[in-house]
Design a protein around this ligand. Structure first.
Ligand SMILES: Nc1ncnc2c1ncn2[C@@H]1O[C@H](COP(=O)(O)OP(=O)(O)OP(=O)(O)O)[C@@H](O)[C@H]1O
Ligand SMILES: C[C@H](N)[C@H](N)CCCCCC(=O)O
Ligand SMILES: [Mg+2]
Length: 244
């Protein structure tokens, strides 16, 4: 099963949610692949989102980490490519077909594939202008939208789910990336409003991951809190048939 993790914005918690979903799949015995089509803002050899997830979970042998391309500027993929090498670098961005082929190849040997986009739903990933939405459609992926509990999230979340529904994603999961230990009235109201929004679209709602996870020391022993927190996350992953 392929899950495509996007968000209402950058920095909302997609990577931490992807790590929690990876932990859920690993715990049920799946071989899991995490694929980041376009990693921006990292230098060659630096740890990107996929590598962070591997480190947080202790890099188990059942986990495969893969990337399409990485670009050094912390920008949207096409802009990062333009900054890095101009039009030729943009033209060398992997095509939608190449991303699809890589994901389908991983799906041959892994029960669960998690694909994390760059930024939000409509950020362009390819020189032809396709976004993570088109990639999710092309791989028939289950869309997971990560959102924030803070003021401003209602508009961002409604716009994102409206755009996803308008592209045919009649099902999906809306997840809070991080919910504070001491929530304000706004956080509590938003949690209810976001659940209602998910239900309005016929989407699954998953309560947030406890805050403080992403900042936990990501030592090589893995981020134990993440394993524990992932068990509290509603079971977002679709039950799969027993046969491998
Ligand atoms: N549950 C959480 N507890 C504590 N910190 C968190 C939590 N979720 C996310 N964060 C922190 O918030 C920041 C953004 O999270 P994350 O990197 O997952 O966002 P993202 O949406 O993947 O960003 P990008 O668009 O760059 O991929 C990170 O510093 C991360 O550690
Ligand atoms: C650099 C950042 N961490 C992400 N990798 C890319 C975010 C792109 C956001 C584009 C936008 O919506 O303006
Ligand atoms: Mg990320």
């Amino acid at each position: 099963m392929i899950y495509v993790v996007t968000g209402t914005d950058t920095d909302v918690g997609k990577t931490v949610v992807t790590a929690a979903l990876t932990a859920q799949a690993l715990e049920r015995g799946d071989r899991v692949a995490v694929y980041k089509p376009t990693q921006t803002g990292v230098l060659p050899g630096e740890s990107g989102d996929a590598q962070d997830i591997g480190r947080w979970l202790g890099n188990p042998k059942e986990l495969t980490l893969a990337e399409g391309i990485r670009l050094r500027e912390p920008m949207a993929p096409v802009d990062a490519a333009l900054e890095q090498g101009g039009r030729s670098t943009v033209d060398n961005l992997p095509t939608l077909e190449e991303h699809v082929a890589r994901i389908n190849e991983l799906a041959q040997t892994h029960e669960t594939i998690l694909v994390e986009g760059a930024g939000g739903l409509l950020v362009k990933l390819t020189s032809a202008g396709e976004t993570i939405a088109e990639l999710a459609q092309a791989v028939c992926g289950n869309l997971v939208v990560v959102t924030r509990p803070d003021l401003g999230t209602l508009n961002h979340s409604a716009l994102t789910l409206e755009a996803a529904s308008g592209r045919g994603f009649v099902h999906g999961a809306l997840i809070l990336g991080s919910f504070p230990a001491l929530p304000t009235a706004v956080h509590e109201r938003n949690r209810k409003n976001l659940q209602a929004l998910a239900e309005h679209h016929g989407w699954m709602w998953a309560e947030g991951l406890p805050a403080g996870l992403g900042s936990v020391d990501t030592s090589t022993t893995g981020n134990i809190d993440l394993w524990k927190a992932s068990r509290k996350l509603n079971y977002v992953l679709v039950e799969r048939d027993s046969g491998r």
